[in-house]
Design a protein around this ligand. Structure first.
Ligand SMILES: *Cc1c(COP(=O)(O)O)cnc(C)c1O
Length: 322
């Protein structure tokens, strides 16, 4: 563990220069309805409006922009249930790098189609039977490809941290920051930016109730592995935190909270009805947790990262109706 070099806020600053003019500086939205409901001043960082529909473009582009000419020529491989795949596929296309993406058989159709649409080669695997990390590593070894994992990589973490950096630079210091948690790239990056720009803020990661490995890890002090959780929050169906993300989260984050699928559906409806925004289930984790602890947020300034907006429209309609 001691040889691991953790990314720092300086890496987030370097990442923000690398992605400038390529990634969107996404809008920060507010809602009088939510301010009244929570008794707080709430700022939503809208990564559902990021290129390819999620913050993952930030980390993906930052990673690929650092490739050597040899790495660019050989290509990149990534494994992902969706948004990381699209992020790598789009970044690779923009930088002229060949991309191979390993995706689960049950990945949302829109995400598979979008990944192929960006020109990537897609390799399908069975998420309940096969080990995607092994498939990715084998492809990398066989064809000399560079593997970019979805969260446990310094350039990915630094890139993801640029969203919170933009938020804090725009609205100033906050009392609370809520970010969705899967493998921890977004939360670790968010924590690096928040500790640098708003040191006294309370930072919460929020994961699906059905897969609270992050909460168990945070509270026990070592990385807990679980089976792939069954939840509508498909962007956070990870089985464990990473060797880089976990120590940053342990050091800089205040606690890990959870939200149920029912809460996520209610927040999807809220975003659609009141804020006219399509937010995918995983993107609703932050607001769900904030609403559940509103008594502690009275009169406070609260930042919530909406992590993404990619959801098949028929599925979206089903989730809103149910
Ligand atoms: C990947 C993803 C997450 C979780 O991010 P991690 O870096 O794995 O913690 C949350 N929301 C959306 C929309 C995602 O695509």
């Amino acid at each position: 563990m001691s040889e691991l070099t953790l990314p720092t806020f300086a890496d987030v600053v370097a990442a923000s220069e690398r992605i400038a003019g390529v990634a969107h500086a996404t809008p920060v939205q507010t809602s009088r309805t939510i301010n009244e409901a929570l008794g707080a001043e709430v700022f939503f960082k809208c990564e559902n409006l990021q290129r390819m529909g999620a913050f993952k473009f930030r980390g993906g582009y930052n990673s690929l922009a650092r490739f050597t000419p040899e790495q660019r020529k050989a290509g990149v491989v990534a494994f992902s249930s969706g948004n990381h795949a699209q992020a790598i596929a789009l970044s690779a296309r923009l930088l002229g790098i060949p991309a191979t993406i390993v995706m689960p058989h049950d990945a949302p159709a829109a995400k598979v189609a979008a990944t192929k649409g960006y020109g990537a080669q897609v390799v399908i695997y069975d998420r309940y039977k096969e080990d995607r990390e092994q498939i990715g590593r084998d492809l990398a070894a066989k064809h000399g490809l560079t593997l970019i994992p979805p969260y446990d990589h310094p350039d990915v973490i630094a890139g993801q941290g640029t969203a919170a950096k933009e938020l804090l630079e725009e609205v100033g210091p906050l009392d609370f920051v809520f970010a969705p948690l899967g493998g921890g790239g977004l939360l670790a990056g968010t924590a690096l930016s928040t500790r640098a720009l708003s040191p006294n803020a309370t930072i919460y990661g929020v994961e699906p109730e059905a897969g609270n490995d992050g909460q168990q890890s945070f509270r026990s002090g070592s990385i807990v592995h679980i089976d792939t959780p069954k939840t509508i929050a498909d962007g956070a169906q990870t089985q464990h935190l990473g060797n880089l993300t976990f120590p940053i989260i342990q050091r800089d984050v205040n606690d890990i909270l959870t939200a149920s699928d029912e809460q996520l559906r209610a927040e999807m409806r809220f975003f659609a009805e009141r804020m006219k925004m399509v937010v995918e289930p995983t993107g609703c984790l932050g607001l769900a947790a904030a609403r559940a602890m509103k008594d502690q947020l009275q009169g406070k300034r609260v930042g919530i990262i909406i992590s993404g907006g990619n959801v098949d429209i028929p599925r979206y309609a089903e989730l809103l109706a149910g």
